[in-house]
Design a protein around this ligand. Structure first.
Ligand code: FJE
Ligand code: FE
Length: 352
């Protein structure tokens, strides 16, 4: 009745009267209505966070499709050529050959194709990490502490050799077994840490897909999805597959060294007008905050993108030992020879 009486007040006089008489009577109701509205909004926020978050993440992805402030361009393109390694194995080396001596913190990238009986029999490592990513087939590894396992298509073995590992890496099936092996340097303070393995089965590798671009995240983050792998040397490593007509705009931390290795197909990297690059090429990226890739037509494009925070330390490498000085290399060779400082189990061990 109070409302109806206030409604009957002529418009001209309502403004003045509402400030005195009607406000005193309707304020409790207004407060109640505002309170109910607040509860409604809070409930909605609790009930539909995924909808709200996904809409905000898709808007942030469209923000990412705006060109980067400083897009990374391809500063070097190297075709990896086949060479013989291990015991009769064939690798296409890109990082680690003369043209790309080392891209701190990366030491080596090999695309390996190996058939029995070839392989990588018993050998040591010290001072860095090896990341083996199977592209097709299976590899068995055995180490001097009795650890043994087989990684298959899509699986990853992230091995932190630290102060020392001796192992063998051999094909586990008939036919050609293919994969990538990336060597990542360890900081001086981490070179002698206890060895550690992080193994991810294919089904456990974080994946994301958006607008014709699929990514498998081995390390780091893409499309808002993070890998559980701990990278002692801060690293991102992902495997992208792009369908024709798709584009990718992947942020990469400023100051990190980065490269692309094309597994199959071809695509345009760095700037839209660039000439397409094709399989088995390693593309070293220049400075900037992200990489754009265009896949126009034809077959899908598959490549890995790796980026890492440079260590800015001296690198002294002697085969499987990567240290900071000649003296440390000499020490590593002696430790391996005499079975000391992490190589205790080396002398009496051999793979089966
Ligand atoms: C190594 C020669 C080698 N690339 N890719 C010397 F062949 C190796 C070595 C590998 C390797 C292993 C796999 Cl599974 C894949 C690779 C080189 O084992 F460590 C030294 N020092
Ligand atoms: Fe090895």
């Amino acid at each position: 009745t109070r409302q109806s009486s206030s409604r009957r007040v002529p418009l001209a006089s309502r403004k003045t009267s509402s400030s005195s008489r009607s406000s005193a009577s309707t304020r409790p109701f207004l407060c109640l209505a505002l309170f109910l509205l607040l509860i409604l909004v809070v409930t909605a926020l609790f009930l539909f966070p995924p909808a709200i978050m996904s809409s905000s993440s898709s808007s942030s992805s469209s923000a990412a499709s705006v060109p980067f402030e400083r897009p990374r361009k391809v500063v070097k393109k190297v075709l990896s050529l086949s060479q013989s390694e291990g015991d009769g194995a064939t690798v296409r080396r890109s990082i680690g050959r003369h043209e790309v001596p080392n891209l701190d913190p990366f030491l080596l990238l090999d695309e390996f194709s190996v058939s029995k009986p070839a392989g990588f029999p018993d050998h040591p490592h010290r001072g860095f990490e090896t990341v083996t990513y199977m592209l097709d087939g299976a590899f068995t590894h055995q180490d001097f502490s009795g650890r043994k396992g087989t990684i298959r298509t899509g699986d990853v073995q992230w091995m932190t050799a630290g102060r020392g590992i001796v192992h063998s890496e051999m094909p586990a099936a008939d036919g050609v077994q293919k994969g990538l092996q990336l060597w990542i340097n360890l900081a001086s303070k981490d070179k002698m840490i206890k060895p550690r393995y992080q193994e991810l089965e294919s089904k456990d590798i974080s994946q994301a897909e958006k607008h014709g671009v699929k990514v498998r995240i081995i390390a780091g983050e893409a499309f808002g999805v993070r890998s559980p792998v701990y990278t002692r040397t801060p690293t991102m490593y992902m495997d992208f597959t792009m369908q024709p007509g798709s584009q990718l705009h992947q942020p990469i931390p400023e100051g990190w060294n980065a490269f692309v290795y094309i597994i199959e197909g071809e695509g345009v990297f760095g700037r839209e007008g660039a000439a397409p690059a094709s399989a088995h090429h390693c593309l070293v990226l220049g400075a900037g905050d992200g990489l754009s890739v265009w896949k126009r037509s034809g077959a899908p494009l598959r490549f890995v993108l790796a980026a890492g925070q440079p260590l800015n330390e001296l690198v002294v490498q002697q085969g499987p030992f990567v240290m900071n000085s000649r003296a440390q290399i000499k020490k590593a060779m002696e430790d391996y020879y005499y079975g000391r400082n992490g190589f205790e189990k080396a002398s009496q061990w051999s793979s089966t």
